[in-house]
Write a protein that binds this ligand. Structure first.
Ligand code: AMP
Length: 132
């Protein structure tokens, strides 16, 4: 069975897209820890990030770097934290979370709530600063 992220890649369910390339997709986390919390995935479905082949893994990191720069350009923060968890969705993904203090990237924290309109505006704003 394909993952929810593969369904997003195929356009079967919606997402708030931040950036896309032939091999990768970045979109806002639906339950964000912080404004601008973004997920970056390889379009090809693989569960565990360290099962990706070297080239795809390296490309995922380089694509994540470009997305993080766009996030930093638009969201006030000390830096963009990078985390891989993968306990919920079995499709490799990188979390990019704007942070100021350690607790900002505590995944046990209560998640923020935004309207669909607010998420769309945040994604468009960050996406406008993405440079391939
Ligand atoms: P984890 O697999 O533990 O890294 O967590 C998966 C992350 O994906 C969580 O932060 C969820 O909020 C997020 N998530 C799950 N479904 C969606 C979705 N349809 N769109 C965006 N983010 C999602």
């Amino acid at each position: 069975m394909s993952t929810i992220f593969s369904k997003i890649v195929r356009g079967e369910i919606p997402c708030h897209k931040v950036a896309e390339s032939e091999d990768y997709l970045a979109f806002l986390d639906i339950n964000p820890l912080a404004k601008g919390h973004t997920l970056v995935i390889p379009k090809e479905e693989t569960d565990y990030i360290f099962d990706l082949d070297d080239e795809l893994l390296a490309g995922l990191m380089v694509f994540s770097k470009k997305v993080a720069k766009a996030i930093k350009a638009r969201i006030a923060c000390n830096r963009v934290g990078v985390t891989v968890i993968g306990l919920e969705v079995p499709h490799a993904h990188v979390h990019l979370v704007p942070i100021n203090v350690m607790n900002d990237i505590n995944f046990s924290k209560k998640k923020l709530e935004y309207t669909q309109e607010e998420l769309a505006a945040i994604a468009a704003d960050i996406g406008g600063f993405f440079r391939p």
